[in-house]
Design a protein around this ligand. Structure first.
Ligand SMILES: [Fe+2]
Length: 305
């Protein structure tokens, strides 16, 4: 089960130097724990927080998220057209992303030389009571898998900040990936992963080369997406699995591998988040990675070259 490690209090006293501390932090995340900072350890200017808190209804409904692509420096989707003032909002998202990346680069130094800085998001809606289709619901326990951005065995690391000045963000977590696999892989609706065949390897490699994302999706990505759906569809799991409840207080920040930790958001409004795709080659305990667990089960590779 996932533990919440409060930093810096929970850092072992015998860790000497930044390298040992960074390795310890990576190890904790890779084994399914959450690193929690009661006070966000980097600055978010007050005027940016005010701007975020003013982002409300737009058009016929609320945005699910406002997403920002730090690589292209642009807001994505309808936020680019409808959220005003655009340039100001983009600058605030850029500022959060840059500071979050800078902070995490030092905290998790083994990852940063090879990670891909993925999207930044702002979540302006109250999570409690949202009407979403089943597979999009945040209040059902799941592990993350991005249908449009295949990870191919690399890891989904997320850094969240609760900028709500009064309300905590409330999560539940349940078993970590290794336990989920041992309980559920092979049940009806979740066949075990199948190692990649040679022809499939060739098709996927070709598809990746020309940017055809659907065909480039590896057996690993297909299985992770199937697990995501299986867990959300499984009423018995949602009702009866053991769980822990966490309250992330206002102004706090936390980091977690969301492809390892099963999680759900019960309530909370106004969170910022930065996603990183961490190379599986940079992990400090690679044997605990979901791709390794699944490849042991499948008896062969699940990723494409
Ligand atoms: Fe999630």
């Amino acid at each position: 089960m996932t533990k919440l490690l409060v930093l810096p209090e929970n850092l072992p006293a015998d860790l000497i130097g930044p390298q040992a501390r960074a390795r310890w932090c990576c190890e904790q995340l890779e084994t399914g724990n959450i690193l929690f900072f009661p006070q966000t350890p980097f600055e978010i200017p007050a005027e940016d927080v005010e701007l975020f808190l003013r982002q409300r209804q737009s058009g016929a409904g609320y945005h699910k998220n406002i997403a920002y692509d730090p690589v292209q420096d642009r807001l994505r989707g309808q936020a680019e057209r409808e959220s005003a003032p655009i340039a100001r909002l983009r600058a605030a998202m850029r500022g959060y992303s840059e500071r979050a990346v800078c902070f995490a680069s030092e905290l998790l130094a083994p990852y940063s030389p090879s990670w891909r800085v993925d999207l930044t998001s702002f979540r302006p809606q109250q999570e409690d009571g949202r009407a979403l289709r089943l597979h999009a619901r945040n209040d059902l326990l799941h592990v993350d898998s991005f249908p449009g951005r295949p990870a191919n065995g690399d890891r989904i690391l997320r850094l969240f900040t609760n900028i709500n000045p009064q309300e905590p963000r409330v999560w539940i977590t349940s078993e970590t990936f290794d336990a989920l696999v041992s309980h559920y892989a092979g049940l009806p609706g979740l066949p075990p992963p199948q190692r990649i065949s040679r022809w499939r390897q060739a098709v996927s490699a070709g598809a990746r080369a020309v940017g055809l994302r659907h065909w480039a999706r590896s057996p690993y990505d297909r299985w992770m997406l199937r697990l995501h759906h299986f867990l959300k569809e499984n009423a018995d799991f949602q009702r009866n699995t053991p769980r822990c409840r966490w309250e992330f207080s206002p102004h706090s920040t936390w980091l977690v591998f969301t492809d390892m930790v099963s999680h759900a958001v019960l309530r909370g409004q106004f969170a910022l988040e930065q996603t990183f795709i961490v190379s599986r080659d940079s992990l400090v305990t690679p044997e605990t990675a979901p791709v390794r667990i699944l490849e042991r089960l499948a008896g062969g590779p699940l990723t494409v070259d």
